[in-house]
Design a protein around this ligand. Structure first.
Ligand code: APR
Length: 396
């Protein structure tokens, strides 16, 4: 190692990344009495302010309840009960709580979840290090891995550990360091563009998805005074194509709400509508968690929930390995997670195709449009079809 001063230490698990996956895992490991160090590239304010997902599904909420963290994470977070599908201006509601016998989720803005998990980890004496540069896992294929990094003062560190959890997102170093032949990657591009906008306007009564010939649009709550909107757009659209006036005009048109108030737009971004899954989610003593292993479109709101679900499976498996010397749950980690991941990839694909093709005929033609409409109508005329939807919204 080069650098000013080298420091050598050891722990059971090094967690790389402090997004929803890394912070959930680190908190669960603390609950399990398994020592870990979390290394995050960004600063604390950056991590706390990053806004993305907004729904914790029923399964995700259960994870925090089962680990005794419900008070930390769920306190004051409203239940997600109903969803609205607005089809060419006609309102249709699905009550997920009713059709799943109470398995509703919670409306939890990601930055609230992250802020609470971060505070809890630090208050309980957790070891979380921000602004860790050049984080690099070494020797994960062998028996004695280490992770090196450089801190904000330029000092280099080396941490010896038993396991490494790669929770560093789609562009992180963990997966990038695995030999290509050891992983199979499955990718899919939906060929659709999505523009997303965070704005200071009142949230809708219920999460709302609009299906129209002008394209798909959605309006979701982000706390008591803010909203996230999504607008289907050309896959190669740029910010110059979407000035604020066009955004509000298209939202009013697609949501069939000429009185929709506008407000300051805090963030305008394009979402890549694609999926990506690696198999296995493990290489030796390195375990990939959340976006490091799989990305999914925002349709269905499953990105954050899959990260929480992976963290739950890995925390249980690491507890068995570290505290009881039983490595069997770790051996099953990848297969257990991938089963859920593929179920949710399929749900997201089903919903993406249905909500886009049922409106915009230019995507797949008039025949597919009628098929998508039939699929959509069935949700409101068939109890079993509605329950299948509700089951996946609840987390399967
Ligand atoms: N070293 C250390 N930290 C890193 C590195 C690195 N080289 N690269 C990335 N990170 C950090 C990022 O700064 C970020 O804080 O890892 C974290 C990864 O967080 P996310 O990208 O949010 O991934 P994950 O925790 O898996 O989140 C899962 O949450 O917001 C939803 O939909 C979103 O699907 C996503 C889900």
């Amino acid at each position: 190692m080069s650098g000013k001063t080298s420091r050598r230490e050891s722990t059971e698990v090094v967690v790389i990344g402090a997004g929803p996956a890394g912070l959930t895992l680190a908190n669960l490991l603390r609950q399990a009495g398994v020592e870990c160090v979390v290394l995050e590239r960004q600063s604390r304010p950056y991590v706390e302010q990053r806004q993305r997902a907004g729904i914790l599904d029923h399964h995700g909420a259960r994870v925090f309840e089962e680990w005794g963290l419900a008070d930390t994470v769920l306190a004051g977070m409203p239940q997600e009960t109903r969803f609205e599908f607005r089809v060419d201006g006609e309102q249709r509601f699905l009550d997920v709580s009713a059709i799943t016998e109470g398995r509703s989720g919670r409306l939890v803005p990601q930055q609230v979840l992250v802020g609470r998990l971060l505070a809890r980890l630090l208050e309980s004496g957790g070891d979380l290090r921000f602004e860790a540069a050049e984080v690099t896992p070494h020797g994960v294929g062998g028996a004695a891995p280490t992770v090196t990094y450089r801190d904000a003062e330029g000092r280099t560190h080396e941490i010896a550990c038993s396991y490494v959890a790669g929770c560093d997102g789609h562009h992180g170093v963990s997966r990038a360091g695995v030999p290509a032949h050891a992983l199979t990657t499955y990718s899919h591009d939906y060929g659709i563009g999505w523009l997303t906008v965070l704005a200071d306007v009142p949230p809708p009564g219920f999460p709302l998805m609009a299906i129209t010939a002008h394209g798909f649009a959605a309006h979701f709550p982000r706390g008591p005074r803010a909203s996230r909107f999504y607008l289907q757009c050309a896959p190669d659209a740029t910010a110059a194509d979407w000035p604020d006036e066009r955004i509000w005009a298209q939202l009013r048109l697609r949501l069939a709400d000429k009185d929709l108030p506008d407000g300051p737009i805090g963030e305008k971004a394009f979402v890549e509508m694609r999926s990506h899954v690696v198999d296995p989610m493990r290489y030796g003593r390195l375990f990939l968690v959340g976006d490091a292993a799989h990305i999914i479109t925002p349709m269905g709101g499953k990105g954050m929930n899959l990260a929480v679900a992976d963290a739950d499976v890995l925390a249980r498996a690491l507890r068995a390995a570290v505290r009881e010397g039983d490595e069997e749950p770790l051996a099953a980690y990848s297969a257990t997670c991938l089963e859920r991941v593929w179920q949710h990839q399929e749900f997201s694909r089903w919903m993406t195709e249905m909500t886009h093709e049922a409106g915009d005929e230019s995507l797949a033609g008039p025949f597919r449009r009628r098929l998508a409409r039939a699929r959509l109508d069935r949700l409101f005329t068939s109890g079993p079809a509605a329950r299948a939807f509700g089951d996946m919204m609840a987390g399967g």
